[in-house]
Design a protein around this ligand. Sequence first.
Ligand code: SF4
Ligand code: MG
Length: 309
Amino acid sequence: MISEPIDPGCGAAAASTCHVAAQGERGLAPTAPASGPAAPTAKDFKSTLKPIWCPGCGDYGVVTAIYRALANIGRLPHEVAFISGIGCSSRIPGYTTAYGFNTVHGRALPVAQGIKMANPDLLVLVAGGDGDGFSIGGGHVPHAIRRNLDLTYIVMDNQIYGLTKGQLSPTTKRGAKTPSSSYGSMEDPVNPLLYCLAYGAGFVAQGVPADLDGLTKMIEEAIRYRGFSFVNIQSPCVTFGDADNQVKVQKTRMKALASLGHDSTNRLRAMDLAQAYGEELYTGVFYRNPNPPQTYDAQIRERQGALKV
Ligand code: SF4
Ligand code: MG
């Protein structure tokens, strides 16, 4: 499914003619300039399509946090592209007014990388679930990380395949009984935090819809990070998910990394804390590279410039 953004009403036919295009490598402006169109609000990113998630699904909170983070960033909907795979959470592009591409299962990252390379001025967000990202799409994650395009990957991790009625996913805990593991899962789960840290992601965070303000701030920080950023969101599946991972329980279990005095520039300490995935519910930024390397898209521009000489 490809969706188009709303008319920004600013007369800018393309990002290259818009005020935001002149903001440097990332093209991020804190707000729209006084002389241009009004700064967008969270409402400007909400489409007219009504979500069909189950009442109480954690993804409602996630999409709200995304609207708010995008409004804080200040880019207009037609300057943003939202790419997803398949699954309940992958419906997100349809619920925003940004450009959207609902691709095929596990293939959001390669499509997003192509889009970013073709149009580096676009702010590209990638969304999906734990099954989409770490099972069928799992092979794409390390390559997206090492390539380091300026993308933000948001995974709604509910430790289950929700759309297909509750089978075990790559992040389901050992022993869990599901329609495809009637006697209990015999596999250890993938640890998405450790996975992304180990492959060298420059920004790795974890949030919960139970803390909407914290989640909004974290998504905004991830978008502002220059390079590949990863946000794992423990987004409860109220229909098939584990009782231990519902919003009410999250509120009692969550531990903000900031309150533990974690230094988010310490990668080894971040990996140490990430090992507690599935046991402790740490929220916040695990790791942010204080010296982000040059992005792939910036290197392309540099080479293009050199070839013209
Ligand atoms: Fe959300 Fe689960 Fe319902 Fe899917 S099945 S919409 S993940 S609550
Ligand atoms: Mg899932």
